[in-house]
Design a protein around this ligand. Structure first.
Ligand code: PGA
Length: 252
């Protein structure tokens, strides 16, 4: 992805109908085409992936699965496989989003998914982040564990392909994002941890911030947070907020 910034639009379990999904996608696409310095990765509910990718032939918008199972096929009722995500023309996969972890996804699961995605030629967007912050700095240990577990079996050469989305759980769905300064500190820590595991190539890993991203905080986060992009929930499903957000990024 040659664009300066990456914006991941995580639609979560929205919108309610395919018709509305198509409408939201058309708007997103129009805004993405008008923006010169970013590419947008839309992560719709799995059921909309195929119909939406079928609508698009350009380069500015890419697609991601919100979650997928690491097995190629099998008796996993309710799941979709990474190969199916790929077949639907997505190039990315969210792995270990906080809302998946809350429903039981473990560090070991993220490790299997990251490896399976890379094998399939899908780029994993590995989500990490602590539930709370304490004076002791335990959030650093927590994030290091998440990174170590998920990336342990990744080959050195593949490490630069991975995108890490740091999303402090306490900021997701809240009113306020983390400060760019705290993000900068965390970005240095994430890189250091990956370099310790996989050598100097780890410096090249792309880091995103997520959690209450809006037009108000996006500019400062990209400027001072040491990140190459943003993972956006609520503001990505509201056309007005999305337009304001993309304008703020465009001005960077
Ligand atoms: P939010 O969600 O932007 O609504 O806080 C972010 C996320 O969960 O990815």
């Amino acid at each position: 992805m040659a664009a300066k910034y990456i914006v991941v639009a995580n639609w979560k379990m929205n919108p309610m109908t395919l018709r509305d999904a198509k409408k939201l996608f058309q708007m997103t696409k129009k805004m993405a085409d008008a923006a010169s310095n970013m590419s947008i990765i839309v992560a719709p509910p799995a059921i909309y992936l195929q119909p939406l990718t079928a609508l698009y032939k350009g380069q500015k918008v890419q697609f991601a699965g919100q979650s997928a199972h690491e097995a190629a096929s099998g008796p996993f009722t309710g799941e979709i496989s990474i190969a199916q995500v790929k077949n639907a023309k997505a190039r990315f996969l969210l792995v270990g989003h906080a809302e998946r972890r809350e429903h039981g996804e473990t560090n070991e699961d993220t490790a299997r998914k990251v490896s399976a995605a890379l094998k399939e030629g899908i780029i994993p967007i590995l989500c990490v982040g602590e539930a709370r912050r304490e004076q002791s700095g335990s959030h650093f240990t927590f994030v290091r564990e998440q990174l170590r577990a998920a990336l342990q079996s990744v080959e050195q050469n593949a490490v630069t392909k991975i995108i890490v989305a740091y999303e402090p759980v306490w900021a997701i769905g809240s009113e306020e994002a983390m400060s760019p300064r705290a993000m900068h500190e965390m970005a240095i820590f994430i890189r250091k941890t990956i370099v310790e595991m996989h050598g100097a190539k780890g410096y090249g890993v792309k880091i995103l911030y997520g959690g209450a991203v809006s037009e108000k905080n996006a500019g400062a986060m990209l400027k001072e947070g040491d990140v190459v992009g943003l993972l956006v929930g609520r503001a990505s499903i509201n056309p007005k907020e999305l337009a304001a957000l993309l304008t703020a990024i465009q001005e960077q």
